[in-house]
Design a protein around this ligand. Structure first.
Ligand code: CA
Length: 259
């Protein structure tokens, strides 16, 4: 199980690099390109959110429409479970439905789909209740994974600059062993760099882990102590068992490429 979880977290690490941090409700985040590109291909600079794609209106202006067709997925592993506990054939299909149902368009299979987000990968399943003692030991396991993931990425030279240096420090300095990987993961997840991890930013960890580790959901919820919907660095550090003196914002350092 340990190896499996590690692999999943490593894949999650890669995924977090490619995941666009568009908000769930990203209608207003859609940007338009310059005049020059409009001549070549009006859609070339138009960015549409999840579940949408670019199309041209009657004036030949690029607009975002709901994705017309998702690739047919034959692999059952492409299935995803939404926060409304509905299984979709793929992540694409989930966000396509969300778009269609929000806009009340033909093809929406259930109006409730407009509210759902990605919860975890795979078909929806019954996730056993997390017992108190399991929840208590979860942070210890989580930071061990984070340590191993950071070490593995360092070995593969997938970490650069200061991040690589800090990974080596975590390995050699006993008192930094957990501190560095925990803070590194926070910075890695905070793609928007607003010093908070949103539910969407948590997905690279939560979506693959939830179906494997039944305490993932309750644990991550418990990290958001004030229930604001975002996890701050201090909340993250505390919920992973760091001493408050050790919780130091190293994100800028970690993002510094090597000189
Ligand atoms: Ca953020």
């Amino acid at each position: 199980m340990k190896i499996f979880v590690l692999t999943v977290l490593l894949i999650g690490g890669v995924m977090s690099k490619t995941l666009k941090d568009d908000d769930f409700d990203d209608e207003e985040n859609e940007v338009q390109g310059g005049y020059e590109n409009m001549i070549k291909d009006p859609c070339s600079k138009k960015v549409c959110g999840l579940g949408k794609e670019c199309d041209l209106d009657e004036d030949n202006k690029p607009i975002c429409v709901c994705t017309r067709k998702c690739a047919l997925e034959e692999d059952p592993r492409a299935k995803v479970c939404s926060t409304m506990n509905v299984t979709f054939e793929s992540e694409c299909e989930l966000y396509r439905q969300k778009c269609l149902c929000r806009r009340n368009q033909q093809g929406c299979t259930d109006r409730e789909n407009r509210r759902g987000h990605l919860d975890y990968f795979g078909e929806c399943k019954e996730i056993p209740q997390c017992k108190d003692w399991e929840l208590e030991e979860y942070p210890i396991r989580m930071r061990q994974w984070l340590y191993l993931v950071m070490e593995e990425l360092a070995n593969r030279r997938d970490l650069q600059g200061q991040a690589l240096k800090l990974a080596q420090e975590a390995k050699t300095k006993h008192n930094k062993k957990w501190v560095i990987p925990v803070i590194w993961k926070f910075c890695d997840l905070d793609k928007s760099m607003d010093k908070m991890i949103s539910t969407r930013e948590l997905l690279p960890i939560s979506a693959p882990l939830k179906p494997l580790e039944h305490c993932t959901g309750p644990f991550l919820e418990s990290c958001d102590k004030d229930g604001s919907g975002d996890i701050t660095l201090s909340e993250w550090g505390q919920c992973l068992g760091l001493e408050s003196d050790d919780i130091e914002d190293m994100c800028e350092t970690l993002r510094t490429p090597s000189q």
